[in-house]
Design a binder for this molecule. Structure first.
Ligand SMILES: *Cc1c(COP(=O)(O)O)cnc(C)c1O
Length: 435
């Protein structure tokens, strides 16, 4: 399949170039030229499929035959190797727990898949690929763990010194192998600027191949459609008929994946796009005015995005027609007080512990639940990733899963850099697999 740029449909790329380059040459985002509708056979077999098989059956339309089918089936089995259960919270609302992967957040799913696809494509070219990522916390750990030990790929994680939580820092600084953590004496914005400067540095790119791993990469957001199919299958098995689904959103890669699943025939009538106070999209859905703004800090910090990079993909899916988007997507903004009160009241009434992002999803789906529908919200992170907030609200310790404890016991290994670009280049050239 060919992939076109959201800036200009005649700018096209094959899969391999689209994955390795991340962005189109005209800086647009790649979209699949065609979205297939899944056949009856698929829907019949869906209830008994493993996640790996759902991944294979749905994603092969985008990734095969560029990756041969037998190899691709193995790839999806390896990438989707942890459970994604639909857990009842009330009798009308279920939590789709996306946090059972290595770093306890849903980004593990996209990162594990992207790493394997990228490794597959770089094997062909023979040159090492260097993934550069700036993180304020969650992205760095998911990407680093997704790529850990993957041959032919070096990962550099830039993060602001002293500004990420202990738990988050441990998840990408203790890994070693092909992962280099770079502690930058500056802010997250400095880290982002350094990464952008590197991507535009033609001199540097002569000696090393650089790529990004954020959700603008189509091999990172497309695999997320897998759990939308799985959620639907699990709801059917639990005897639900009509399902409404809520996605706590920041850059909107996750919702984009859900809407592609919808276009492939997933029988979910409506989606709720939930945001924190960074409510650019809910405002747009209400007023027709799309107004990016500087981001505001909230307790659901992975959703603190004032200019959501993937929203243009959603507009593209609905041919830039607001009325068509509104027919499928509703927006809800959830303020900080409501995040806290939701964590508190859900814990009190059901014993279920929400993290701040999941709390946004729960509140929004409850708010928008129609009489006959069953509501599912995506629980995007484990509450143990946000102990400060959650323990303060529920007045109890949150239990730490074993794999989180393993990170906390690890030894921190970092390179230190100033916010000066020259420092970064030295570190990159010191570690990178040269072309
Ligand atoms: C990244 C992230 C989100 C937002 O997902 P998008 O695809 O950017 O909309 C929500 N919750 C958590 C925990 C995240 O890490």
């Amino acid at each position: 399949m060919q992939y076109y740029s959201t800036n200009n449909p005649s700018v096209k790329s094959d899969l391999k170039r689209a994955v390795i380059n991340g962005l189109a040459a005209d800086k647009g985002l790649f979209m699949p030229e065609l979205i297939p509708v899944l056949p009856d056979d698929f829907w019949k077999a869906l209830p008994d499929m493993s996640l790996g098989e759902i991944g294979f059956q749905t994603l092969k339309h985008f990734f095969c035959p560029e990756i041969p089918e037998d190899e691709f089936r193995q790839l999806t089995t390896e990438a989707f190797n942890f459970p994604i259960p639909l857990v009842p919270v009330t009798d009308r609302i279920g939590s789709l727990e996306l946090f059972h992967g290595p770093t306890l957040a849903f980004k593990d799913i996209g990162a594990r898949f992207l790493a394997r696809v990228m490794a597959r494509f770089t094997k062909d070219t023979g040159a090492a690929v260097n993934v550069l990522v700036a993180t304020s916390g969650d992205t760095g750990s998911a990407v680093a763990n997704g790529f850990l030990g993957v041959e032919g790929v070096n990962v550099f994680v830039l993060y602001p010194k002293g500004l990420v939580s202990d738990v988050q820092e441990k998840q990408f600084t203790t890994l070693g192998q092909n992962i280099t953590a770079i502690e930058v004496d500056g802010t997250f914005d400095d880290c982002q600027r350094l990464v952008k400067t590197a991507f535009m540095d033609d001199e540097l790119k002569k000696s090393m191949q650089l790529t990004s791993a954020n959700s603008i990469n189509l091999a990172r957001f497309l695999p997320q459609m897998v759990y939308y199919f799985s959620a639907y299958a699990q709801a059917l098995k639990q005897g639900r008929k009509e399902v409404k689904l809520c996605v706590p959103s920041g850059n909107f890669g996750n919702l984009t994946a859900g809407l592609i699943a919808y276009k492939m025939g997933l029988p979910i009538k409506r989606f709720v796009a939930a945001t924190n106070c960074n409510d650019i999209v809910p405002k747009y859905l209400n007023t027709g005015n799309y107004q990016p703004a500087p981001s505001i800090a909230t307790p659901a910090n992975a959703m603190d995005v004032g200019d959501p990079s993937n929203f243009v993909r959603i507009q593209e899916l609905f041919h830039h027609k607001l009325s068509d988007i509104k027919a499928v997507v509703e927006g809800v903004k959830v303020d900080n007080d409501t995040i806290y009160s939701t964590i508190r009241s859900v814990f009190k009434t059901s014993g279920y512990v929400l993290d701040p992002h999941g709390a946004i999803g729960y509140h929004a789906i409850k708010d928008k639940l129609d009489t006959n529908a069953y509501g599912i919200f995506l629980a995007t992170a484990h509450p143990a990733k946000f102990p400060e907030t959650v323990e303060e609200v529920i007045q109890q310790k949150v239990e730490q899963p074993e794999r989180l404890k393993a990170f906390l016991d690890g030894q921190k290994q970092v390179e230190s850099a100033s916010a000066d670009y020259g420092d970064l280049v030295k570190i990159l050239l010191g570690h990178a697999g040269r072309k």
